[in-house]
Ligand binder design. Structure first.
Ligand code: AMP
Ligand code: MN
Ligand code: MN
Ligand code: MN
Length: 298
């Protein structure tokens, strides 16, 4: 059997519902060999996931999904992989995004209150198990309170642009996000490119800027891509010389539309990000040399 990769997943350190250790155990059950934990704008779950992965013989890639505002406020997600989670430049950058999220959550709650929905901040916080608060936590609160019947409906009614609970993002610039990732020794990947609904020209512009800043890969295989989108993104990678990544974007069993361990195979002729020299050298740096234990004098 070939090595199974899932390089995009979320735990309760951001808006996933499983604890990092639970996520790793599920990945093992689903026959994943290499799992990247890529929580939104933070790396708080990595240590727990890494410890669990060691016990189960699974390779854990330290990652993060960084929120970026690009081209007049369009939100784009950049996944960083093989990050040094102690790097101060990365940590400082993520801290700024975390602070913005805190302010934004208060603003979302104020806007919802104006529409007669009280207690949204406390409600959303009751679903957040880590330091990150996001729209998915508000979505869970609104569904619990009966304002919508499911995830699709709650986002459409309350949480997307033009709706009462939407607050424009003031995230990192593309340059900042890639700077943090590269400072931490990682590789930058554009997450779920088909989700942004960019025109072909705009997408090319994004990819051009991304490549100029040293970005290396596009998420070709994604839990949120159709088969056609996978083929289209694979073609783009070949055309402009980007590597290809694969990730489920798993958020927990409540969101069954993106399951774990069910990703389609990487299209032929794409070069997977895990075959790049940078990836291989990241792995080599992570191999910690365990000194021989001194022999016991009996
Ligand atoms: P945030 O980064 O806090 O603005 O929230 C973005 C997150 O909300 C995504 O990572 C998804 O987990 C979730 N999300 C966004 N749009 C939808 C949608 N239409 N349906 C379900 N979840 C969504
Ligand atoms: Mn999410
Ligand atoms: Mn995303
Ligand atoms: Mn994600």
């Amino acid at each position: 059997m070939s090595v199974q990769y899932d390089l995009h997943s979320h735990s309760s350190a951001s808006d996933g519902s499983l604890r990092p250790a639970e996520l790793v155990r599920l990945a093992k059950l689903r026959n994943i060999d290499v799992l990247a934990l890529t929580d939104h704008d933070n790396i708080d779950g990595i240590k727990e996931a890494r410890l669990e992965a060691t016990q189960w013989g699974l390779q854990l890639v330290a990652g993060a999904e960084i929120s970026v505002s690009w081209n007049r406020g369009k939100t784009i997600h950049i996944v960083g992989l093989n990050l040094d989670i102690d790097n101060p430049i990365l940590l400082n950058g993520l801290q700024k995004l975390c602070e913005f999220r805190q302010w934004r959550s208060e603003e979302i709650a104020r806007r919802l209150a104006k529409k007669g929905i009280e207690g949204a901040l406390a409600g959303a916080c009751s679903f957040a198990k880590g330091n990150i608060i996001g729209r998915l936590h508000f979505a869970r609160f609104l569904i619990e309170q009966g304002y919508a019947k499911d995830m699709k409906q709650v986002f459409k009614r309350y949480l997307v642009q033009g709706k009462p609970g939407y607050v424009p993002g003031d995230w990192a610039s593309l340059e900042e996000a890639l700077g943090w990732i590269h400072s931490a020794g990682g590789q930058a990947v554009i997450a779920h490119p088909a989700r942004y609904r960019l025109s072909a020209t705009r997408l090319r512009q994004l990819l051009g800027e991304f490549q100029e800043l040293g970005g290396c890969a596009l998420e070709v295989v994604s839990g949120s891509h159709s088969r056609d989108e996978i083929q289209r993104m694979a073609q783009l990678c070949r055309d402009i010389g980007l590597l290809a990544s694969a990730g489920s974007d798993y958020h927990g069993p409540e969101n069954p539309y993106m399951d774990m361990g069910k990703l389609p195979v990487m299209p032929a002729n794409c070069v997977p990000v895990w075959e790049s020299p940078d990836w291989v050298s990241s792995l080599e740096q992570q191999v910690t040399v365990v000194p021989d234990s001194p022999s016991l004098a009996l």
